[in-house]
Design a protein around this ligand. Structure first.
Ligand code: SF4
Length: 462
């Protein structure tokens, strides 16, 4: 029986979310093909020949892009069984089923997806399968990457001297032991996380290096949820591959609590740590239940800098609690902490998304802003009570989008937003002075974000 594993978008990564279940399905006897619409054209032959089509939806943009893929699949292969799996599948179950998706799987998806394959093959599948959200511990297999597009088609690591290196993406854990209110991990994992065995991660990194990877991105929601596991992993990796570099995501709270472990990250090749700061306003941080304050963020920057570990912060600058002056304060904080080069410009324009299942909906402070659920955006709508914030949001979004599409450097884009924000706040615009002539911060060519509009290019492939 033929299974087609399809990805629409995975933040510029060669999709681990296809490679991992592929290993399970092949072991169960499936003939597996891949289609990654982020880098490949829609392949009608692959779709027509498939009995099971499983679409990975790990994030918001990927899920929105899945709609046109599903509609096209239904046009040309009505017989195929369509499954959506991944973090965004269960919270969007109703919408996915309305598009014609038969099976919805969330959480630890490899085993339930393989079980589905077996039931289809054995003709024991019963229509109307309930949605599966499995947090069962799994014995992972080494991901199967043969047949995926090559690494040079995905995001690359860019050094300050414009050198480019190939990046492999893998995961050492899933889920998270925290329950931040805005986070899409929470409705599925609800404070739990699951480890991928060290020998499996090591084997996956070995095969990524064999395919040309110079740098590894660990996509764990938080690399320090299980620090015993991940620290030993990077020590083992460094012993075997002393020149390998990598990046991870770690929350501010963990950076402070585990500061004694930060030198280990640095010594084992960690180039930068993505950290979800989200806001520098303590009231907003409380709403989001982030577990850190503005001063914690400042302390984390200082501590990381002392050990020579670069931080790459992410923000959600536009929330119902944003003010124009607060936005200027955010820019001033980023600038004064010397983080302009470390900040991907898209982070200046992110607007809060509130999908079904979001813990934010528990809050009176949120509910007073909540509008209708917008199925096309997969989010509840909201408008800021201050029209000036809405105007600033649109201005910043356009400046960032224009700047990125015309190839402007991060500093230039920051400067245009800096000026627009000060004008909006009716403040004089202070001159920006950068100490280094060039950025000293390596970064990935594809920005990290989980909530933004899909681009025309992304839509064009499906
Ligand atoms: S935002 Fe980060 S720390 Fe918070 S629940 Fe999500 S993954 Fe965990």
């Amino acid at each position: 029986m033929k299974a087609l594993l399809l990805s629409t978008y995975d933040l510029g990564h060669q999709p681990f979310g296809l490679a991992s279940p592929a290993a399970w399905l092949i072991e169960a006897g499936a003939e597996v093909r891949f289609l990654d619409l982020a880098v490949q054209e829609f392949d009608e032959d692959a779709v027509i020949g498939a009995d099971l089509i499983a679409i990975h939806v790990p994030m918001h943009t990927a899920t929105r892009l899945a709609e046109s893929a599903i509609l096209r699949i239904k046009e040309i292969n009505r017989k195929a069984h369509i499954c959506c799996f991944g973090l965004y599948a269960p919270v969007n179950e109703e919408w996915l089923r309305s598009l014609g998706v038969h099976t919805v799987i969330g959480g630890e998806f490899e085993k339930p997806l393989t079980d589905l394959y077996r039931r289809l093959r054995n003709n024991s599948y019963v229509d109307g399968d309930p949605t599966v959200v499995s947090l069962d511990k799994q014995d992972f297999r080494r991901p199967h990457r043969v047949g995926l597009p090559s690494l040079d088609q995905y995001a690359q690591l860019i050094w300050p001297d414009d050198r480019r290196e190939s990046v492999g993406y893998t995961e050492a854990s899933r889920g998270c032991k925290h329950r931040c209110r805005h986070c899409p991990v929470v409705p599925v994992y609800n404070g739990q996380f699951r480890i991928i065995e060290r020998d499996i991660v090591m084997a996956d990194v070995r095969q990524l290096i064999a395919k040309g990877a110079d740098h590894i991105t660990f996509g764990d929601p938080d690399f320090f949820n299980g620090p015993g596991h991940t620290l030993r992993l990077v020590e083992d990796l460094h012993r075997e591959f002393p020149h390998l570099t990598y990046d991870v995501t770690i929350k501010i709270e963990h950076l402070l609590k585990r500061q004694k472990d930060l030198p280990t990250l640095k010594e084992t090749g960690c180039l930068f740590v993505t950290t979800a700061v989200e806001s520098v306003d303590d009231r907003t941080l409380l709403m989001l239940d982030k577990g850190h304050t503005r001063s914690d963020f400042q302390a984390a920057v200082a501590i990381s800098r002392r050990v020579g570990l670069a931080l790459s912060p992410t923000f959600i600058p536009f929330t119902p609690w944003t003010t124009v002056l607060g936005y200027v304060d955010l820019l001033e904080t980023v600038y004064s902490l010397g983080l302009v080069d470390a900040l991907s410009p898209v982070q200046l324009s992110i607007r809060l998304l509130v999908p079904r299942g979001s813990r934010l909906r528990e809050l009176d402070d949120w509910r007073e802003h909540e509008g209708e659920f917008d199925p096309s955006a997969l989010s509840f709508t909201w408008r800021h009570s201050d029209a000036a914030v809405e105007v600033l949001y649109r201005r910043v979004r356009d400046l960032v989008s224009d700047g990125e599409s015309s190839g402007m450097e991060r500093r230039q884009i920051f400067s245009t937003v800096w000026q627009a924000a000060h004008i909006a706040a009716d403040l004089p615009t202070p001159e920006l002075k950068f100490i280094n002539i060039r950025s000293s911060h390596p970064y990935l060519s594809e920005s990290w974000y989980c909530c933004a509009e899909p681009t025309e290019i992304q839509f064009a492939r499906v």
